[in-house]
Write a protein that binds this ligand. Structure first.
Ligand code: MN
Length: 224
């Protein structure tokens, strides 16, 4: 089972603020470097404390790749928490690969050498160049929720999911469908050989203090 770390800002006056409202600003001001470090450390600490060896997925901003200390910071988070590296998954979007791709690839290889897993997030939106899949040996492709949303009603979404899961299978890459909301979608994804599923069908975003209870009761998130 994998838990994806999703940050919220619990503001004294404004209440819970969604990441869409403060991450862009954090990226613009480079504060994302410190914020990203904190998220990474906290997520590793939390995961290391769980009673089961579930993995934790942490999203990395393209801006964090401009930080020369990114690899050291991941190494530090693993060391401080004593979380085994294979239980940490780092999610990047293709925009990371669009910028200074040689340097980025070198960083990705260094991260992978630590033993962490690297996922390509939101696949199928943006450019989604298939050459990205050759430029770095990703452990996982996360199929964007927009394709899953329309799975039952649009043949083209089905065809795209079929193509991406087939590609993943041939390349030995895990495929995760994002935004799975009902059993019908899950069944179709299972039939296409999608390896993992994520979404409201399993759980809405929950505070980390509830993870332990979920580990005890929840159904496995793996589709096949
Ligand atoms: Mn993600």
């Amino acid at each position: 089972m994998v838990f994806e770390a999703l940050v919220r800002w619990n503001h004294a006056q404004r209440g819970l603020i969604a990441p869409g409202h403060f991450i862009p600003l954090a990226e613009e001001t480079m504060l994302i470097v410190q914020l990203g470090d904190w998220v990474l450390r906290q997520a590793c600490m939390d995961a290391a404390s769980w009673s089961k060896a579930a993995a934790v997925a942490v999203n990395l901003s393209p801006v964090q790749f401009k930080n020369p200390n990114l690899v050291a910071s991941v190494k530090g988070a693993l060391a401080a928490s004593r979380l085994p590296a294979h239980r940490l998954e780092l999610e990047i979007t293709e925009s990371v690969l669009l910028q200074n791709s040689e340097a980025t690839r070198a960083i990705l290889h260094e991260l992978r050498a630590l033993g962490v897993k690297i996922s390509l997030d939101d696949f199928g939106t943006g450019y989604s160049s298939l050459s990205y899949l050759r430029s770095f040996p990703f452990d996982k492709i996360k199929i964007d929720r927009s394709f899953v949303n329309e799975l039952a009603t649009r043949k083209d979404s089905m065809a795209i999911i079929r193509a991406v899961t087939g590609l993943g299978r041939s390349l030995g890459i895990t495929t995760t469908a994002e935004g799975v909301e009902n059993e019908a979608q899950l069944e179709l994804l299972r039939r296409e050989g999608c390896t993992q599923a994520q979404g409201y069908l399993f759980s809405k975003p929950r505070p980390v203090c509830e993870v332990e209870g979920m580990l005890a009761t929840s159904r496995a998130s793996a589709v096949a």
